[in-house]
Write a protein that binds this ligand. Structure first.
Ligand SMILES: Nc1ncnc2c1ncn2[C@@H]1O[C@H](COP(=O)(O)OP(=O)(O)OP(=O)(O)O)[C@@H](O)[C@H]1O
Length: 741
């Protein structure tokens, strides 16, 4: 209810109270008191809502502060791309490096043929912009530039991927794994492992745990029947790699059932496992590389750690993928007569071409990205377009002979550089640790509260749940406060739980009193005046079928003034028949009685002796019987209505006498509730019966009309018959008179 309408309603109540105050002295005062209580509760409830809103807001502010403290930021990251050139004694003169600007310019010789004229050669320049260009063989520099940031991000909880791409023998494995002769030439993987375990050792409180898996994708496009094709687990400690594995995707998350995730405790153990896996990897002897990798390899570390400040620890789970892709090559350069290398190269090129297609589609922002076209792209789905920070290291030969491959690799690098991923810190939902955290927080806050009470001299303050006894005491205080019995003008505040309980009890009292008050006032305003029952309609006239009558006429029935029948036929006149409506002065003296007797006799004869008269008389009698039944029914309803009306009046009086407006205690409230329930029921009955009576009256009126119509019909038929009979009898009389003469 809006404030305006409430105000109007209040004014109406006052007016009604004034109108009805005659005979009920304290009524006006009670209504005024009611309005006072209501405005008090309205103010209280609005203050309560304001208090709740403010406390919820402050809780929200606190929680947002808490969230801001945690480093769970979502960040959009562009993929980073680095170029690593192999050292060479004969580098191409077409390649120009600007390491400071991280740019490469390639001079390309092109032919231009004019129509009919000689072919001209010209130099075109292609410029590639990257994140860094590395020409040193120093592996530490490579790690610092390409991998360190990602490894650190993984330790913060982000997923990270570092992958190498390039031509066969261009130095991908050297970049990832490193040279096997010198410790200083160890690659990104051993250095990343060192960084992970260094952190684990330096921060034991972070409780870092590391697991690893290692897989290769080999020969994925080979025809069925080849001994080895698909995904293999390189950490299965068998002489041969384990069976082929499947990739399952559930809700966007990839799962490789059967892939071993081995927990590792330290650097040495991890590297030992890794190199054992390396031994199982597929290698071939290639003209460009004696130990050419023939498969795409993915080494993954799963790092779980606790982060944040001591009281609010969270667990993050991140993945570090280290991917060494197999090198692409031109088939025409493969001198493999047996076809084994050639087949492997075809498979490698095909899966790399799907990788190119996927990157190209991502770069164009196409709706459909063909991640599922190959196992390699499926595995790299998250790294290329999901929750991951990704770095690509493109390895290239600097010689002239490989210039086309270098340009191809740099083009791929340019596409990848345009890609963006969205990385988030992966928080693990651990209910046990969250519960532990909150319990610790509660105990800290209790201690803090106790300290503050002690410092503020508030000894013995309790913050526990209120006992039933304390609640009852509080309820009594509220009753006393509301009813002013003990002139209690304030309730002393002891603690927050007490305030909360107070509000709840006030609310209960408010709802109960307010509801009942509204109902009584509404009923006071809205009860319609009881309908006057219809008068008992027994009709007039006689039921005996002697004489000229057509049954009982209703009380409101009046002779119709215009009901003047047509002129009598000369035959009827000749035998002295007149019409009922003829004025007496028009009729000669003595004739009326005579005519009336004749007509009454004729009417009885018509009703009993003729078929038409008998039929019409039966219809009329049936309708009259029905009318009597309906009258009896209406009379019964009318009696029920009077009874209900009487009870409504009595209950109203009782409610007013009991003092609805000013409740004194809960027992009174309950009694009044029972009274109100009975009042509502009786009022509903009254309305129902009233409705029924209305319908019954309508039916009665319709039936009365039918009876009137039927009587009219009977009369008209009678007059028509009577005319014929009179004519016949007149002729007979004439004949008789003539014979007598
Ligand atoms: N930047 C470099 N500095 C020194 N030596 C390198 C460098 N890059 C590659 N090499 C050497 O070149 C050889 C081939 O390198 P690597 O095996 O890393 O090539 P690859 O790209 O992995 O080839 P494939 O695709 O056939 O596996 C190795 O013996 C490696 O020591």
């Amino acid at each position: 209810m809006s404030a305006d309408s409430r105000e109007t309603g209040d004014r109406e109540i006052c007016k009604n109270a004034e109108d009805s105050s005659s005979g009920r002295g304290g009524r006006k005062h009670e209504i005024a008191r009611t309005l006072e209580i209501r405005s008090f509760f309205t103010a209280l409830s609005s203050w309560f809502s304001l208090y709740i809103t403010q406390s919820v807001q402050s809780q929200k502010d606190q929680s947002s502060c808490f969230i801001r403290e945690m480093p769970y930021g979502e960040c959009e990251c562009r993929m980073k791309v680095h170029l690593r050139m192999r050292p060479s004694s004969k580098p191409s003169s077409a390649l120009h490096f600007d390491e400071a600007k991280a740019m490469v310019r390639i001079d390309v010789q092109k032919k231009q043929s004019n129509s009919g004229g000689p072919t001209k050669l010209y130099t075109d320049q292609i410029v590639f912009s990257l994140d860094s260009v590395i020409r040193t063989i120093d592996q530490e520099t490579v790690f610092d530039l390409c991998a360190k940031e990602i490894v650190d991000d993984v330790l913060r909880g982000y997923n990270g991927t570092i992958m190498t791409y390039g031509h066969v023998g261009s130095g991908k494995t050297f970049t990832m794994t490193g040279g096997n002769k010198e410790y200083a030439r160890r690659g990104i993987i051993p250095r990343a492992v060192h960084r992970l375990f260094q952190e684990k050792e330096e921060k034991p409180e972070a409780g870092i745990t590391v697991q690893m898996s290692y897989l290769e994708v080999y020969n994925e496009w080979a025809k069925k029947g080849y001994a080895k094709q698909g995904i293999y687990d390189l950490l299965q400690r068998k002489g041969e790699p384990g069976g082929c594995l499947m990739i399952l995707e559930d809700n966007g998350l990839l799962e490789i059932p059967g892939l071993a995730k081995i927990p590792v405790e330290n650097e040495a153990e991890t590297l030992k496992l890794y190199f054992e896996g390396e031994k199982l990897r597929s290698y071939s002897n290639h003209t460009l590389n004696q130990m050419s990798s023939r498969s795409h390899c993915m080494l993954t570390f799963y790092i779980e750690r606790q982060t944040g400040i001591r009281t609010f620890q969270d667990v993050t789970v991140a993945k570090l993928n280290l991917v060494d892709l197999a090198g692409n090559e031109r088939l025409k350069n493969i001198a493999d007569y047996r076809g084994h290398l050639r087949r492997e190269a075809m498979g490698i090129n095909k899966s790399l071409s799907f990788l190119l297609q996927t990157v190209y589609a991502l770069r164009l922002g196409q709706d459909y990205i063909p991640f599922r076209h190959s196992r390699l792209t499926t595995l790299l789905k998250e790294s290329l377009g999901g929750n991951c920070k990704t770095v690509l290291v493109v390895c290239a030969w600097p010689e002239d002979y490989f210039l086309d491959e270098t340009i191809g690799a740099l083009r791929f690098a340019q596409w990848v550089k345009c890609l963006k991923t969205t990385a988030i810190i992966n928080k693990k939902l651990d209910f046990a640790s969250t519960k532990r955290r909150y319990l610790r927080e509660i105990s800290d806050l209790r201690q803090e509260l106790a300290l503050k009470d002690a410092l503020g001299g508030r000894m013995g303050a309790s913050y526990n749940e209120l006992t039933e006894e304390a609640k009852t005491q509080l309820r009594n205080k509220i009753e006393a406060f509301i009813t002013d019995e003990k002139e209690l003008d304030q309730i002393p505040i002891e603690n927050f739980r007490q305030v909360k309980e107070l509000f709840c009890l006030f609310k209960e009292a408010h709802v109960s009193i307010h509801d009942q008050l509204e109902k009584v006032l509404a009923e006071y305003r809205l009860i319609p005046p009881p309908e006057e029952p219809p008068p008992e309609d027994n009709g007039v006239g006689e039921l005996a079928c002697e004489g000229f009558h057509v049954g009982i006429a209703p009380l409101d029935a009046r002779p119709e003034r215009h009901a003047k029948p047509g002129p009598l036929s000369p035959e009827a006149k000749s035998c002295g028949v007149s019409m009922l409506t003829y004025k007496e002065k028009d009729v000669p003296e003595g004739v009326w009685e005579c005519e009336s007797d004749i007509r009454n006799d004729a009417f009885l004869e018509f009703k009993h002796a003729t078929q038409e008269g008998q039929e019409q008389e039966t219809v009329l009698k049936n309708k009259e019987e029905e009318l009597r039944t309906k009258r009896r029914y209406a009379r019964d309803i009318s009696a029920s209505l009077n009874k209900a009306k009487q009870e409504v009046e009595e209950l109203k009086k009782l409610i007013e006498e009991k003092g609805v407006i000013k409740p004194s205690n809960c027992a009174e409230l309950e009694k009044r509730a029972a009274l109100m329930t009975r009042f509502r029921f009786v009022k509903a009955t009254y309305h129902k019966v009233h409705k029924e009576l209305k319908i019954a009256k309508q039916n009665l009126e319709a039936l009365q009309q039918e009876v009137r119509d039927q009587k009219e019909k009977l009369l008209v038929s009678f007059y028509s018959w009577f005319d014929n009979v009179a004519k016949y009898r007149g002729e007979e009389t004439e004949q008789f008179m003539a014979s007598m003469a």
